[in-house]
Design a protein around this ligand. Structure first.
Ligand code: NAD
Length: 265
């Protein structure tokens, strides 16, 4: 299976190149970066810190989608939407890990997914997807005398907040509790906020150092507190999941899928 990488010079992009070259049955079909990127013209393997692969980094997104069975994309929402149009045009599998996508972006993805297979998940790791299931279950059992708070920490370079995974966990909690997420989410707090509103789902964002991704969901009541935590210590948990999603989608019909589908959860 021929897999291409868009955003190949990024933290996730470089790890994807290493992952694809290590895995049997898949080959790297191309590597793409922004038109202004200093990585253009370099060998994708050298950039990722491994041997040369004979794959020159280009800025041609359309050619990448045309020449690949699947393209993996951990970039920015604007770029991801552009890429999804090429995925639809060439019926290429599009695996998307990009976070910070708005509701409109997701609706647009659903339109492109009528033509091809798109797998989008704010977190591609098995552990976080299991955490999501546990959170939904706990929220279904516990009533709103248990305050739900979600705390996340990521490296200092992360550009969106709260993290896509934190939002995904909040949505799981809302689903479990049977309430609308948007009506109950408190994404940040500052100043004289007043007392906590019962039933709200609060978020706190920490940024610093090289933290790959830590998430805790806290259910706090009078007299007890349940905390469910996931900590990433390697980016391979996401890239392994993304490559698995690409191979999983090979014989699937067009549609918008998530990691839950890929993992059969
Ligand atoms: P990064 O900034 O290191 O890398 C992003 C790369 O995309 C950069 O190299 C950038 O030049 C490239 N890019 C942007 N626009 C482009 C365009 N138009 N054409 C080609 N390349 C383009 O960021 P990162 O840490 O690798 O994270 C990337 C995204 O993946 C973020 O949204 C992050 O939150 C998300 N992420 C998701 C998961 C998951 O499991 N779903 C895990 C980790 C990170």
């Amino acid at each position: 299976m021929k897999i291409g990488v868009v955003g190949c010079a990024g933290r996730m992009g470089q790890q994807l190149i290493r992952e694809i070259t290590q895995k049997q049955g898949v080959t790297l079909s191309g590597a793409v970066e922004r038109a202004e990127s200093p990585a253009l013209g370099k060998d994708a393997g050298i950039l990722a810190g491994i041997d040369a692969l004979g794959v020159e980094i280009s800025a041609d997104r359309e050619a990448l989608f045309k020449n690949s069975d699947a393209v993996i994309d951990f970039t920015s929402p604007e770029n991801t939407l552009h890429c999804a149009a090429f995925a639809a045009k060439y019926n290429t599998i599009h695996v998307i890990g990009t976070t910070g996508m708005t509701e409109e972006h997701k609706q647009q993805l659903a339109v492109y997914a009528k033509e091809t297979r798109i797998i989008w998940s704010a977190n591609m790791s098995i552990g976080v997807n299991i955490l999501q299931g546990l959170v939904e279950k706990a929220a279904a059992i516990l009533d709103d005398s248990y305050d739900i708070e979600i705390v996340e920490m990521h490296h200092r370079h992360k550009v969106d907040a709260p993290s896509g995974t934190a939002l995904m966990l909040g949505e799981a909690a809302a689903r479990g509790r049977g309430v609308d997420f948007k009506d109950h989410a408190v994404l940040s707090r500052e100043g004289i906020t007043g007392a906590r509103e019962q039933g709200s789902i609060g978020f706190a964002t920490l940024r610093g150092g090289d933290v790959i991704g830590d998430h805790s969901v806290i259910f706090a009541a009078e007299g007890e507190r349940i905390e469910i935590t996931h900590k990433s210590s390697s980016r391979t948990i996401y890239t392994k999941g993304a490559v698995r999603a690409a191979t999983w989608a090979k014989d699937k019909p067009a549609g918008l899928y998530s990691m839950k589908d890929v993992l059969g959860l």
